[in-house]
Design a protein. Structure first.
Length: 339
């Protein structure tokens, strides 16, 4: 029976880089015995077609379409499928839909809770969230505390899929292609791909420095279904030199970061032992709660004015006069709406 590798993220652990690599090297991967199926086709490598197919046609039909695809084995990648780590019913549905056609193997990347949390916040303020890091943290801990219990999440998948059908990896961010290399090594296939010659996109969706994130957290996001202003301002802020970097990485204070990790340090250690993972103790070691740290300096009037002026200048040059006019009006409104 063929194997279907189901890469489920976590979000912010190199998923976009992996997806882009898979799409860009589709022919070489198929020649080496790994098919992508009919869903991973977008130029960006994003997993939206797979998500739309699951929502529109259901998991059994999607698995049947994958089974009709060429390849000695197949792979799908969608970080939104990470919901199976906390939703047992959804995990069971994925398993049961795959089993008639494949041996399903789940590939999961993990990132220490505080790093993961900060990265998720950065992504959310680019798109749908406006608010402080502190408010975001309290909201997440109130509503999604189980998401941070990686050991419990993996144990749930072990019961459903079997531990032998899980590939648990630690996200490395030392080099631009670490996630891709680690993903390929986890597939138990002799792909014989030379990353030096393959098309490798490198990092995708890298986080800007924390004062740029602070600015983005203050951009109003009244309609999460229409993210044009959010994405436009993110593009401007990522490129601008008007917001000074203060040289500190974290928005969250060390004591709060320590709390996120310390609650799950024993579980993290259990995962390291169970899957033979070694990162020098970093994954299981909470950060020092008394480490030197200061909050980011507030965005100044001068910085805000400079960024909005850049945004206005860019918006009027956008392609499509109606789109340009709409974005220009929204940017102009930020002069009154941002603190």
């Amino acid at each position: 029976m063929r194997t279907l590798y189901i890469h489920v993220g976590l979000p912010k652990t190199g998923s976009s880089s992996i997806q882009r690599f898979l799409v860009d090297n589709r022919a070489a991967l198929l020649a080496a015995g790994l098919g992508l199926g009919p869903f991973m086709t977008m130029a960006s490598g994003k997993s939206l077609p797979l998500r739309q197919a699951i929502a529109g046609r259901g998991l059994p039909q999607v698995m049947a379409e994958l089974a009709a695809s060429p390849g000695q084995n197949l792979v799908v990648s969608d970080e939104h499928l990470s919901s199976i780590l906390v939703d047992e019913a959804e995990a069971t549905a994925v398993r049961d839909a795959a089993l008639p056609h494949f041996r399903p193997v789940v590939v999961v990347f993990l990132r220490r809770q505080d790093y993961w949390h900060e990265s998720l916040y950065t992504q959310n303020v680019k798109t749908t969230y406006a608010g402080t890091m502190q408010a975001y943290t309290e909201s997440v801990l109130a509503d999604y505390a189980a998401d941070f219990d990686f050991d419990g999440c993996i144990a749930r998948l072990e019961r459903l899929f079997g531990a032998e059908n899980l590939r648990v990896l630690l996200f490395r961010d030392d080099g631009p292609n670490d996630a891709v290399a680690d993903f390929l090594a986890a597939l138990d296939l002799d792909l014989d791909l030379d990353l030096g010659r393959a098309r490798v996109a490198g990092r995708q969706n890298a986080s800007p420095h924390r004062r740029k994130v602070l600015f983005l957290s203050q951009v109003p996001k009244p309609d999460p279904e229409i993210q044009d202003l959010s994405w436009f301002m993110t593009t401007v802020v990522e490129k601008t030199g008007a917001i000074a970097d203060d040289g500190t990485r974290f928005l969250l204070a060390p004591r709060d970061r320590h709390r996120l990790v310390a609650l799950h340090a024993d579980g993290n250690r259990a995962l390291l032992a169970r899957y033979g993972l070694d990162d020098g103790g970093h994954f299981a070691s909470p950060p020092d709660p008394d480490a030197d740290w200061s909050p980011p300096r507030p965005i100044t009037f001068r910085e805000r004015h400079a960024v909005l002026a850049e945004a206005l200048g860019t918006s009027v040059r956008l392609k499509g006069p109606r789109f340009a006019a709409r974005i220009t009006r929204k940017v102009a409104s930020l002069y009154l709406r941002m603190p």
